[in-house]
Structures are given as C-alpha cells and as structure tokens.
Design a protein around this ligand. Structure first.
Ligand code: NAD
Length: 436
C-alpha cells in the first residue's frame, strides 16, 4: 500500500519504518528540513534501539523515503497517517493545532479518495474535528480513522512489530478491510486487531495511559507508607504482582513517571472530565502523587546534607526519563538538577545516550562525564535517576574509591539493602529502610 506518515518523531518514524518493512511504500513528511535532510542521508535522528537496521534497509530498498513536501506525499498515498505532536496547552488540554492545521493542508491539496489516520494521542471528538476541517477544504471523498499508538520508546520497534493490540476506530466496512490487510503481517502471534468507533478508540488511549500512571502512583504512595511503617515496598510489589488480577508490571516505586506521554495524557484526561462538568478524582490524585514523589526524593537529599548542602558535588547516573531512550521530556532528572543547582550544588552527570540532548537544554550548567565512574570523582553523593542496565551491577569498590563521601540516593531501587550495608554505603532508596 502507498502510505504517507506526517511527523517523523518517535511514533512517526518507527511507524513509517515498520510499515515499509512489511512491504508497503512509505513516504515520511516532516516540517523540520534539517531532520529530513539527515534522514535522506540514512541517519536516524534520535536514539531508538533496533530502528537503524530496518530504517537503512528500507531506504536502500526504495520503500522508505523522506520529504518536506506534504502535497507530494499526500497525492502519492492512499493512507495518510498523522503522527504529530499533541503537547499540553496552558490549561492542560491537548493542543490540537498541529493535527488540525495539517488536516486543513491535506484538505487543500488532496487529489483523490484518502484515508486519514490519526495516530497522535488526541481527545475524544478529534476525528470529527479532522473530518470537518478536511471537508471544508476538499470535494474529494475521504475517511478519518482513529488509530492510537501504544508503542513504548526504548522498545518501540518490537512493540510495533509485535503489538499486544491494535485499536482501529472506524465504522466504515471498506476501511476495516483495508486495515485488516495493512496490519495482518503484525498478527502472527494471534489476532490482536480490535475495531471500534472513533470516540472509543480515542478514549482507549487515555484510559490505558491513565491506568498505568495510576499503578505507578499507587505504588509510590505505598512506598511512602513503607518508609514510615518500616516495610519494604519491593516485597509488597512481589507479593501483589503474583496475583494475575494485579499483574507484575508497572508496580515499581520510584521518583514518579515522566516522559512525553503520561504527564500530558493524564492531565488531558482530567481536563476532558472537567470540560464536561465532571471530575476524574483518581486521575487528579495520580497527578498530585506523581509530583510529590520527586519533591520527596529531593527532600531526602537536601535533608541529608542540611546546612552543608551549598557547594557539595553530586554525581547523577541517568538523565533520560527512562532507560533505552534519549528523550528528556518531563524527565525527573531535569527537575532534580534545576532544584539542586538553585541550592548551590555542583552536578556532574552521566547517561549512556541522553547527554547530547541534556547539553542542548542545560548547556554547561552541569558537567558531563565520559563514563559512569568518572562521574563519581570526588562527589559527595551519587543520585540514581534512570535505571539503565549498566547501573544495576556496578563495581562498588571503584565507586567507593571515587566518591569522597559514600552516599547513594537511589530513585530506582537498584541495589540490595544487605549488600549496601556490608559495603558500608549510606543508601537511601524508595519505600525501603535507609542504610546508614
Ligand atoms: P515527536 O515530538 O517525537 O515528533 C513529532 C514530529 O512531528 C517532529 O519530528 C516534528 O518536527 C514533526 N512535525 C511537527 N509539525 C509538523 C507538521 N506540521 N508537518 C510535519 N511534521 C511536523 O512526537 P512523538 O513522541 O512521536 O509523538 C507523536 C504523537 O504520538 C503524540 O500525540 C504522542 O502523544 C503520541 N504517542 C507518543 C508515544 C511516544 O512514546 N513518544 C507513544 C504513543 C503515542
């Protein structure tokens, strides 16, 4: 099939590449000319594991190409997938300007019947708005489909190739047939295509993200109780996760969720509820808990040093909002760094892939280390923010030798408490006893 993907971010580029990989002819459009030029030279513009080989293979095959020219891409394609940003507006609702402006442009240039597919995360009713916008500018027939994306950064290619479900919101039988064919190659592990109406599809995405965020915030609140009551949240996690009704995933206490999706989607769902005159009280609590979690972690560091905080040197392990990505959007590390800098703390950080993006954002306000051990040189504490695999089983002797003060604040519960005790570290983690 001939497909145009508009927006080549984490979702658009992975979608375009994976659709090309299964035999479609894909042309990706982006407004960012420098990014398009990079991709035309076969350079993946961000870090996403497993993407590069598929990306290069399909460029070489001639099944994946890039342009800034929307008209050309729209006219050559039957299916037009929107993978555009939907950032939060000032009032917390999703900003639909990227989606609706593009819908307008598509309406103006389309030359034939098109299927316009919304993969961006958008509030209920957006398919109707896109339909109205296109219809206002075109006499050609078209369908609008809501096809929210569930891939996770860091494992995006695998998620796209082996989805746990694909949601397609359409009431058109003709579109259903085309989508059954389009997604058939990804159903080899079982039928996972669910058709529903557009509104339900739009809301399913918010329901999924808000539910997952709720699981995280629940465990973070539980961690707070554990700290006061002398229990260990890791044991609670194992104890409840064995129950299939609860499930093992997303039960890790930490410093709160970040990233480009959960914070904005939870907020947008709360906004949707208030707009229709209701409340989504659980979601409101989830947001409050999430924010409080990073503040509590900061307080642990501040309280440990007390009046001596100013001038202390801290090593940060991890900057990205989660491992296996260079994405810094709403990363708790940025909040912690900004707050500690205000207190006069000196910071040196190490992250396997997110340092370039951090440098673009923070410049030389902090130092950047070549590796995780160099980062510790003469530091008064190590602060662990992202659970990259290479932080999980480090050389503790080397760490002890490099740190000028053997204190670790672990926002990801990476280490065993007994081991920390044996090694003589001060070790303050989440929802567990403080080792001192
Ligand atoms: P992103 O910010 O990484 O990428 C968006 C891309 O769109 C950028 O390359 C930007 O230059 C381009 N763009 C902006 N305006 C454009 C225009 N008018 N024409 C063409 N290109 C334009 O975004 P993302 O993370 O890929 O997210 C896209 C959507 O998918 C959002 O709605 C997001 O909520 C949703 N989503 C994201 C994820 C994720 O993990 N990142 C997962 C599921 C869903």
């Amino acid at each position: 099939m001939k497909i145009a993907v508009i927006g080549t971010g984490y979702v658009g580029l992975v979608t375009g590449t994976c659709l090309a990989e299964t035999g479609n002819n894909v042309i990706c459009v982006d407004i960012d000319a420098a990014k398009v030029a990079k991709m035309q030279q076969s350079i993946v513009p961000f870090y996403e594991p497993d993407l590069e080989s598929l990306f290069k293979r399909n460029i070489n095959n001639g099944t994946l190409s890039f342009t800034t020219n929307l008209t050309e891409a729209v006219n050559e394609s039957l299916i037009i997938i929107l993978a555009l940003p939907t950032p939060p507006s000032e009032d917390g609702s999703a900003d639909l300007s990227y989606v609706l402006n593009t819908a307008e442009s598509i309406g103006k240039v389309m030359n034939d019947y098109k299927i316009i597919v919304n993969k961006s995360t958008v509030p209920v009713g957006t398919a109707d708005k896109v339909r109205e916008m296109v219809a206002a500018h075109s006499k050609h027939e078209f369908d609008v489909v809501s096809n929210p994306e569930f891939l996770r950064e860091g494992v995006a290619v695998n998620d796209f190739m082996k989805p746990n479900r694909i949601i397609v919101g359409t009431r058109s039988e003709k579109v259903k047939k085309i989508f059954a064919e389009l997604y058939d190659p990804y159903m080899r592990q079982g039928e996972r295509l669910i058709f529903m109406d557009e509104r339900s599809a739009e809301l399913t995405k918010y329901a999924a993200n808000a539910f997952l965020a709720t699981k995280i915030s629940f465990m973070n609140e539980m961690a707070g109780l554990c700290e006061i009551l002398g229990a260990n949240v890791e044991q609670i996690r194992r104890g409840i996760g064995m129950d299939d009704r609860i499930g093992k995933q997303f039960l890790y206490a930490g410093i709160g969720y970040g990233g480009s999706c959960f914070p904005k989607d939870v907020q947008a769902l709360a906004k949707t509820a208030t707009e229709i005159g209701g409340d989504f009280r659980i979601v409101d609590a989830v947001m409050k808990t999430n924010y409080a979690q990073r503040e509590k972690f900061l307080d642990k560091i501040i309280n440990y040093f007390g009046a001596n905080l100013k001038g202390k040197k801290m090593a940060f392990w991890g900057l990205a909002f989660k491992p296996e990505t260079d994405d810094l959007r709403e990363a708790p590390a940025l909040y912690l760094i900004e707050e500690l800098l205000k207190e006069g703390v000196e910071i040196v950080a190490y992250d396997p892939v997110a340092m370039e993006n951090t440098q673009k954002q923070l410049g030389d306000k902090i130092g950047y280390a070549k590796n995780q051990y160099e980062c510790l040189e003469n530091a008064d504490a190590l602060v662990i923010v992202t659970e990259w695999k290479n932080f999980r089983n480090p050389d503790f002797e080397q760490m002890a030798a490099k740190l000028s003060n053997k204190a670790i604040f672990d926002g990801r519960n990476l280490y065993n408490l007994d081991r920390m005790q044996e090694l003589g570290f001060y070790y303050n983690s989440i929802g567990r006893q403080v080792i001192q």
